[in-house]
Design a binder for this molecule. Sequence first.
Ligand code: AMP
Ligand code: MG
Length: 492
Amino acid sequence: MDSISFDNSYARLPERFHSQQPPAPVAEPSPIRVNRALATELGIDADWLAGDAGTQLVAGNTTVAGSEPIATVYAGHQFGGYNPQLGDGRAVLLGEVLTPDGSRFDLQLKGSGPTRYSRGGDGRSGIGPVLREYILSEAMHRLGVPTTRALAAASTGEFVQRERFLPGAVLARVASSHIRIGTFQYFAAQRDKEALQLLADHVIARHYRDAQSSDNRVLALLGGVISRQAYLIAQWQLLGFIHGVMNTDNMLVCGETVDYGPCAFMDQFNPDQVYSSIDHGGRYAYRNQPSIAHWNLSQLAQALLPIMHDDPEEAVALAQTAIDTFPNQFLKANTQGMARKLGLQTIGETDTSLVEDLWQLMAEQKLDFTLVFRRLADLADNSNEGASSVAGLFEFPDSMQPWLERWRERLTQDSQSSTEQQAQMYRANPVFIPRNHLVEAAIAAATDRDDLDVFHQLVEVLENPHQYSADRALYATPPEPEQVVNQTFCGT
Ligand code: AMP
Ligand code: MG
């Protein structure tokens, strides 16, 4: 019996899209964690994946029948500067898994050794970045954000040399596909119109079937990507998630979050917050994420021009019209999300100052992003501030009382009962997020003490991010001043 059902449509694209690249074997694979629920969704036997054969696969020591490992090529704008040749430098695509319900997912190994695109890098990953991506991507999934996912992680029994020697690990990552804005940019820069068309057809067939019947399929594809990215970035903003490295090679056209390098969730609200050690100018600060996404999408539009219309001027006009819809689409998704967070059914023009004043007060008082909204949920129903209350962790300062009065007054004007409003808010406002200091603690325990328990416990708490209980209060508590993490690193 085949252990995984593969059908590798990307590998069937012409040779200039990828190069054959088996993962490089490692000394001594050992399992770190298996995502059993995800394995089952993919039609992979979780016990098999957790056993020796599965570990060998995750570590890259064996491949299974049907797998055709490749490294894919792409380009991209990194911090605004165009790099014509990037590609999977420390990853291989094992193949596309067909799930029992007929869906298709990329199965990729990250940290699996050098490829043609490694540019001098070792193609490996330390255990830190692997655990970080596992924790963050699975947390994002449980928070309802479109994202690549972590299927499994294994340690290699080898060390990687970074600022110091670190234990190595490999992550088995799952995505609807790993096709990036930068993949289109690569072929556009090569002036390879045929490849652009093949790639567009491939992406439409996989992710934008609705575009198939459109008069202008490429324009419909662009419109689809814009809509999904507008929605995605809104979800980030609503959770205080800072991606940190929004280069065009790190934006997937399927609309899932990818590349959990220097990303982080904010503790205290600060719109200018940056964590990434390499983001000196604050290009990818929290408040800039929507405009950067907009800029990235205009790079996608630019790349698609040659296949959008035979008349170049007409192509530009069409693309521009599509790109111009981004700000409003983002605003709409963001406003809808904000309404849910505040217990309202809609946010109208008369509510704008209520929302803006909240952000301003949060910034002035440096309030904890997550606990502000969670505490508001507690307060939404006067008669029921029960077991899930975070009152012991967070209380609004007196200076917030006038705003709270305004908000309460606004709640009474909505048609939902206060019980319904509170339930909506508990669903929209998580109490557990992967706080930086907790992520760092999990990584430090694994790196320095070979202790994976801290990591496992954190992953398990984050499986239910909205369900509070006092015995897990530590996971909801903001960092003490000495625990605050100010910088995150790509770790490559
Ligand atoms: P990132 O900043 O993580 O999006 O990576 C940018 C590019 O650098 C991609 O093409 C990666 O494949 C490549 N890269 C990052 N780390 C390594 C590494 N350790 N070895 C080889 N290539 C790498
Ligand atoms: Mg990347």
